[in-house]
Design a binder for this molecule. Structure first.
Ligand SMILES: Cc1cc2nc3c(=O)[nH]c(=O)nc-3n(C[C@H](O)[C@H](O)[C@H](O)COP(=O)(O)OP(=O)(O)OC[C@H]3O[C@@H](n4cnc5c(N)ncnc54)[C@H](O)[C@@H]3O)c2cc1C
Length: 493
């Protein structure tokens, strides 16, 4: 190959997906590409998406993003997990933390030892054997000191896009303001040749990235990729996001509090709190949702919540012809486990690794699509689990999700855990064994049996091992500062 055949990359849309893609591409492959991003201030962005998972931390590291500068610019706080409240039962609470549970062996994961100890009456709560869990519960946080924690961020979505935009433009990404009026395709191949703006400007490219949000202007409206609907498994389809004034120090975790037709989030930033009520419009009207939200909100709202409608599902193909969909244009599971920005970052990483310098071919597209499908399906199952494995039957919504037929892939996982306490992470799965175990147990799926390896130890040995783990973690957490104290110190505020 004398010269790369794909050089001109055109990104349609400047939400989180557009700017993450633009910055990732220019940061890693800048000298090889001409990158243009088109966005329309008139249309705007979805403007939510404030909770992330540890991929954000890793991605930023790969991209050379300065953590302190990014956190200061986006009012970010640290996140150690999610507190699920009222999910399996009204009044229940468990934390899905980003940490590792105890210490397993090659023969059996830690929870098998813990289940044996619990059966014998001397196990503490499983979260007591996890540093991130205990730190989150105590609202503590530290990095760079004795204990290293696995963490993510809560961030302000709008300044996040602006921050990435500044970095991307400084490295040569060209931003064009304007509304895309039409998508022009090659008559024979159907490949996209150019995007025409309302101003009449025509922007040509070799590879197009559709980051136009739910509308999927290129991937769906033009290339008809198709959409696989998952709303029969994930019936929540509406959200009322609103910001409130902070009422206390920011907690290092997201709260996900279930209600009779969905749940609400609470995401603490440095200067305010992001909130949102997610609900199923088939089970709750907008008026009822607004009334419920008003009674549950802590802190003064900074504006009237605006309604967002969404649909759970995925684009049947994220890469069609010479167009790749990223972000909401490629699908949306629902925000419960904060996985959308993760999916954007993983897809950008994959694109960087598989960049079609030699031209787009069916093989590279198929491989990309195969990986994208498997990832989002794994996430879908994990999220359905939170709804389906519940003892709640206090409303039509909970009775529906509790008794609905779930995907076979999830059915099999739940049965395996119920019968044998086995949990696993397949090669394409985002969520580790520790995540599955925390949520399976948190949703009250009780294993009938588990690996019996712990019986090869004496009671004293097992008790001693668990006790040492628990007290070492407790000591490390005790030495940590409160998150609200650490944060300004770390950021030099
Ligand atoms: C209720 C809710 C809560 C969420 N919470 C989380 C969360 O906690 N964590 C998380 O990871 N994710 C969350 N998400 C998902 C997250 O918001 C998105 O993944 C993220 O914002 C990326 O959006 P996007 O860039 O794909 O689309 P958008 O933000 O919608 O951006 C679309 C862009 O395309 C442009 N555009 C569209 N049409 C045209 C046109 N014709 N011409 C020119 N420009 C055009 C727009 O101007 C805009 O710049 C949430 C989503 C919802 C709906």
């Amino acid at each position: 190959m004398d010269q790369p055949r794909v050089k001109r990359v055109v990104i349609a849309g400047g939400g989180t997906a557009g700017w993450v893609a633009a910055f990732g591409l220019v940061r890693q492959l800048g000298p090889l590409l001409d990158i243009t991003l088109i966005e329309s201030d008139e249309i705007g962005t979805v403007g939510v998406g404030e909770s992330t998972i540890p991929t954000a931390h890793t991605f930023h590291k790969y991209m050379g993003i300065d953590e302190r500068a990014f956190m200061s610019a986006t009012n970010s706080t640290f996140k150690l997990g999610i507190s699920f409240e009222n999910w399996a039962h009204d009044g229940d609470r468990y934390i899905h933390s980003f940490g590792t549970l105890g210490r397993g062996t090659w023969l059996a994961d830690f929870h098998h030892f813990w289940l044996q100890a619990r059966a014998q009456g001397f196990a503490a709560d499983i979260g007591d054997y996890c540093l991130e869990h205990q730190a989150a519960a105590a609202e503590k946080f530290a990095i760079g000191e004795q204990a290293s924690v696995n963490y993510a961020y809560h961030l302000d979505a709008t300044p996040y896009g602006q921050y990435l935009r500044t970095l991307a433009e400084a490295r040569g990404v060209k931003r064009v303001e304007g509304k895309i009026r039409s998508v022009q395709q090659h008559a024979a191949s159907g490949d996209i040749e150019a995007l025409e703006l309302e101003s009449g400007e025509r922007i040509e490219g070799d590879l197009f990235i559709d980051c136009t949000g739910f509308r999927g202007l290129l991937i769906e409206q033009t290339l008809k990729a198709g959409f696989e609907d998952w709303d029969h498994w994930l019936p929540t389809d509406s959200a009322l996001p609103v910001q409130t004034e902070s009422v206390g120090a920011p907690r290092p975790y997201t709260r996900a509090v279930a209600h009779r037709a969905g749940w609400r989030w609470q995401i603490p930033l440095q200067h305010r709190v992001g909130n949102g009520l997610v609900f199923s419009s088939a089970h709750m009207s907008e008026e009822e949702a607004r009334a419920l939200f008003a009674t549950e909100l802590e802190g003064t709202p900074l504006f009237e919540p605006r309604l967002i409608r969404f649909k759970a599902g995925r684009r049947r193909k994220s890469w069609v012809k010479n167009c790749i969909a990223l972000g909401l244009s490629s699908g949306f599971v629902e925000p419960l486990e904060s996985t959308s920005i993760h999916l954007i970052m993983i897809a950008v990483t994959r694109l960087l690794q598989m960049f079609p310098f030699g031209g787009v071919t069916p093989d590279v597209r198929d491989r990309f699509n195969h990986m994208a499908d498997r990832e989002i399906i794994g996430i879908r199952d994990f999220i359905i689990l939170h709804y389906h494995a519940t003892e709640r039957d206090d409303s039509e919504f909970w009775r529906y999700v509790r008794t609905m037929d779930v995907p076979d892939t999830l059915k099999e996982r739940m049965e395996l855990f119920r019968e044998h306490a086995h949990a696993y992470q397949d090669s394409h799965d985002l969520f580790r064994v520790d995540s599955w175990v925390q949520v399976l147990l948190g949703q009250r799926i009780e294993p009938q049996c588990w690996h019996q390896v712990a019986r090869t130890m004496s009671d004293d040995q097992l008790k001693g091992a668990l006790g040492a783990l628990q007290s070492n973690i407790a000591k490390a957490v005790q030495a940590m500062p409160q998150h609200g104290t650490f944060l300004p110190r770390y950021l030099g505020a």
